[in-house]
Design a protein around this ligand. Structure first.
Ligand code: ATP
Ligand code: LTN
Length: 338
């Protein structure tokens, strides 16, 4: 990339977020965070721990506080550089909630009713289908639009939410005059949807009740090898990248993302070998790949002062940008200046 191009892109803004519930999964890492890192040199990047979004699910406040700090340590251990990226807690920038309300008044029930994540979450949390769960995607739109974001690196499951954010941005701009950029989605070509190891038709998820389907980056090495061994495959006994073998297809995707090998190279490598060797190799590859992550994580977790300095500094920078946008939004809406 020429210096000119880099300078141009620096003007462009990236925003993404992850909910601080449980711990990061291999799906989060491959589908989103690996991409975040790749963008940090070329763009102005905002990466947020979206703690307000997590309130849509019932939680234990004491465990939640721990989990929040743990997530910050996991972001840093993933290699995100706090000097190059603005890393912060969503709740430390009150403008998110403020814009969230304003955008609620510009989002239609009909469009929120179509959101598949809402339908899924209301199925799994039948006892607590709260209004926040319903308007979750509007707060997400606020997260994104507040920074005049151009590009949002996310996994495939977030495509629908991103389309809604774009629609809301266009609607607001048309009604009140241009304030927001219309954000583009940024997805990895391979690995945008890592599937559950137990059910390759379902996405690998942090909140899956069957933990055997999900690799957590903080899982024990032995647990990782075991989860791979138990991964659901088929009776073909051929390592082939095809839709008819969803389990193998998913494992090949993980292999390819970690080894850098093409699907064809992987097929050749395992020709005539059983699934046992294939699964074992992937297990070992994951263990090796996340070893540095675990070491860094443990280091960060022993240094709460450092974590505090990072999140305070991040929030300060984020608030500055967010408030500049909000000043324009309030003016456009006819709210009296304070
Ligand atoms: P939950 O399971 O509780 O819904 P989640 O892991 O899907 O959690 P987040 O932590 O908010 O949700 O997601 C962070 C990022 O990781 C998002 O960009 C999301 O699209 C991406 N992501 C999540 N799961 C996967 C997956 N299985 N494959 C690829 N990307 C994923
Ligand atoms: N909804 C996302 C998390 C999220 C997000 C965002 C992602 C909240 N706000 C803004 C990108 C941009 C999820 O569940 N994965």
């Amino acid at each position: 990339m020429t210096t000119d191009k880099r300078e141009n892109n620096k003007q462009k803004v990236i925003f993404s977020g992850a909910q601080p519930t449980g711990s990061l999964t291999l799906g989060n890492y491959i589908g989103a965070i690996q991409n975040w890192k790749a963008l940090e040199d070329q763009y102005e990047c905002y990466y947020s721990i979206v703690d307000l979004h997590s309130l849509t699910i019932r939680h234990d406040p004491k465990a939640f506080r721990k989990s929040n700090l743990s997530f910050l340590a996991q972001f840093l251990a993933s290699g995100l550089n706090p000097k190059k990226n603005v890393i912060f807690f969503q709740s430390h920038v009150p403008q998110h909630a403020e814009l969230g309300w304003i955008l609620n008044c510009n989002a239609y029930l009909g469009e929120l009713n179509r959101m598949t994540q809402f339908k899924e979450k209301s199925e799994t949390h039948k006892d607590n289908i709260n209004a926040g769960l319903f308007t979750y995607p509007v707060l997400q739109a606020a997260d994104i639009l507040l920074y005049k974001t151009n590009l949002v690196p996310v996994g495939e499951d977030q495509k629908q939410h991103l389309e809604l954010s774009r629609d809301i941005a266009i609607r607001f701009n048309n009604t009140y005059g241009k304030v927001f950029e219309v954000p583009e989605i940024h997805m990895t070509k391979v690995g945008g949807r890592i599937m559950s190891l137990q059910d390759p038709t379902k996405k690998m998820s942090k909140s899956d009740e069957d933990a055997n389907g999900t690799i957590f980056l903080l899982d024990d090495d032995k647990v990782i090898i075991k989860k791979l061994k138990r991964a659901v495959t088929d009776s073909e006994n051929k390592v082939n990248f095809r839709d008819e073998q969803p389990g193998i297809k998913n494992l090949m995707t993980i292999h390819s993302k970690l080894s850098g090998m093409s699907m064809e190279q992987i097929e050749n490598e395992y020709e005539g070998k059983g699934y046992g060797a294939f699964k074992n190799d992937i297990g070992e590859m994951i263990v090796e790949y996340i070893q540095p992550f675990k070491e860094k994580y443990n280091e960060y977790m022993t240094n709460e002062d450092y974590l505090e300095a990072i999140y305070k500094q991040g929030a300060e920078r984020a608030r500055e940008k967010a408030e500049a946008t909000m000043k324009v939004v309030r003016k456009k809406l006819g709210l009296v200046k304070f």
